[in-house]
Write a protein that binds this ligand. Structure first.
Ligand code: BES
Ligand code: ZN
Ligand code: ZN
Length: 496
């Protein structure tokens, strides 16, 4: 899909649809919307009077053959209250407009950005919103007769003086959305099309193309490094595990500068192992590698956006299967760090593989850690599919991440992890156990387990179990993989 900036007067643009947005409360007498209304002989005021145009958030009003415009259609999207407008609203509007028009087989449209709204950030949000909205999960459908892809989006409303900022925003937005769609593509793959080895191959190809350093650790190397927690999960499968390491190094790396370690859970299928999951809905456990896919997508974007901070990405990947060699409840494992773990439930496998991933990222030099994982069903109970669960051991670092999440419109909510929860994971016969003792707080218990392996290193854990996959489509996004947390982490890296 092409996205192009155009500076010609909007009334003269020949397009299948001119799209803009309208605020609640007497917006029709202002700015560009008033100009459209005047050109169309008061049409918009008539629509408002009849109650069909109110400006309510994501209300759609479609007019064919509008007077005074070269466009075949005029689409007005409600934008809510003018004082609450920001680039997060604009991203959703751009995406929702694209999906609305795509469903009606429109092939191109021009989005008119309102007076006073043209900034680099806003144009970037338009590009991100449109490209993410255009993503579909129909890769394996052989019947694409109804191919409804949007071919071109024109972005208009900029003056000639604003073009340079607009182009910058467009280019950054494209990099980020392409990375987000790369992640979503991986998350969407079923486990027979994406084993740990195949994920490693794809990560390696991506890194090489992007100009990033990459190393793939195979089962032999993983054993040499004594990653006992990862190996304990992998031993139940005939598919060997992999650890993917991708590194971005800035050109002007200063000694002593922070190094961000991104660790992503990539269980390409989670049956639960011997503590097997119920059949109902188990197919969704193909997305248990979303944390790893997110981190790989972040690296893909950073390679092009070139932040001033070094970033090391570690993705431990395995299947969790109940094979003949699978670990059994009660087994004791020794993690790479030397800590011993009682595996009381083989379905709490994400924390096991992250234990070794985190330890390895620290060994490689990470001074600040962020992990992303589809870790617990309990976070879905707590926050549903609305907020990512955030756990942090260092408040200033956590605040920095939360500020990034707010800036890019990804909802996240901080959860507690104080020492009172430490006793939940105290082991009976080993150092720690991988589940709590039925006292509730399942998402916190998972986070506390991972924290054991972070030592003094500032660390943030993102539980994306509820948010990495949308069971229902949103007006601005297809149903399925969301690519959540990628934009936040890219923003975080760029803030150094
Ligand atoms: N992959 C699951 C968590 C999950 C649940 C992801 C729902 C996406 C949607 C994880 O490995 C798991 O099974 N966790 C267990 C932990 C329990 C055994 C302590 C859970 O949440 O039930
Ligand atoms: Zn599990
Ligand atoms: Zn899992």
């Amino acid at each position: 899909m092409q996205i192009t900036l155009v500076t010609q007067p909007f009334a003269a643009i020949e397009t299948h649809a001119l799209v803009s947005y309208v605020f609640e409360e007497a917006d029709l007498v202002q700015g560009r919307i008033a100009e459209i209304d005047q050109a169309a002989a008061g049409l918009l005021r008539k629509l408002a009077k009849s109650g069909e145009l109110t400006g309510k958030m994501l209300e759609f009003t479609l007019v064919h053959a509008p007077l005074g415009l070269k466009a075949a259609r005029l689409l007005l999207v409600g934008a809510g209250k003018r004082e609450q407008w920001n680039s997060v609203t604009l991203r959703k509007i751009a995406g929702a407009a694209l999906r609305y028009l795509k469903a009606r087989s429109v092939k191109n449209f021009a989005l008119l950005v309102r007076e006073g709204h043209v900034t680099e950030e806003a144009i970037r949000a338009v590009a991100e919103g449109a490209l993410a909205a255009n993503f579909e999960t129909d890769k394996y459908k052989t019947d694409k007769k109804n191919d409804k892809d949007i071919e071109t989006v024109l972005v208009t409303g900029l003056s000639d003086a604003q073009r340079a900022a607009g182009e910058k925003g467009l280019s950054k937005g494209r990099i980020i959305a392409d990375a987000q769609n790369f992640t979503r593509d991986l998350v969407n793959e079923p486990s027979n099309k994406l084993t740990p080895r195949m994920l490693a191959e794809k990560a390696e190809a991506m890194a090489k193309e992007a100009g990033l350093a990459v190393e793939i650790l195979d089962e032999k190397k993983i054993a040499e490094l004594k990653m006992g927690a990862l190996l304990s999960v992998a031993q139940g499968s005939v598919e060997p595990p992999r650890v993917i390491v991708v590194t971005y190094t800035p050109a002007n790396l200063k000694p002593g500068a922070p190094v961000i370690g991104l660790v992503g859970k990539a269980v390409t299928f989670d049956t639960g192992g011997i503590s097997i999951k119920p059949a109902d809905g188990m197919e969704k456990m193909k997305y248990d590698m979303a944390g790893g896919a997110t981190m790989l997508g972040v690296m893909r974007a950073l390679a092009a956006l070139k932040p001033n901070v070094k970033v090391i990405c570690v993705v431990p990947s395995t299947e969790n299967m109940p094979g003949g060699k699978a670990q059994k409840p009660g087994d004791i494992q020794t993690a790479m760090s030397g800590k011993t773990i009682e595996v009381l439930n083989t379905d709490a496998e994400g924390r096991l593989i992250l234990a070794d991933g985190i330890h390895y990222a620290k060994q490689l030099g990470a001074t600040h850690l962020v992990d992303a994982a589809t870790l617990t069903g309990a976070i879905v109970v707590a926050l549903a599919n609305v907020n990512v669960g955030v756990f942090g051991s260092d408040q200033p670092f956590t605040d920095k991440l939360l500020a990034s999440s707010k800036a890019v419109g990804e909802k996240m909510w901080q959860m507690p992890i104080d020492d009172d929860y430490r006793e939940f994971i105290k082991g009976t016969v080993a150092d720690i156990q991988n589940i709590g003792s039925g006292k509730g707080g399942g998402a916190i218990t998972g986070a506390m387990f991972i924290k054991e392996f972070t030592g003094d290193t500032p660390w943030i854990h993102l539980d994306i179990a509820g948010t990495a996959w949308n069971d229902d489509a949103k007006p601005w996004l297809a149903k399925g993989p969301s690519g959540v947390a990628l934009r936040t982490l890219v923003h975080l890296a760029l803030s150094y």
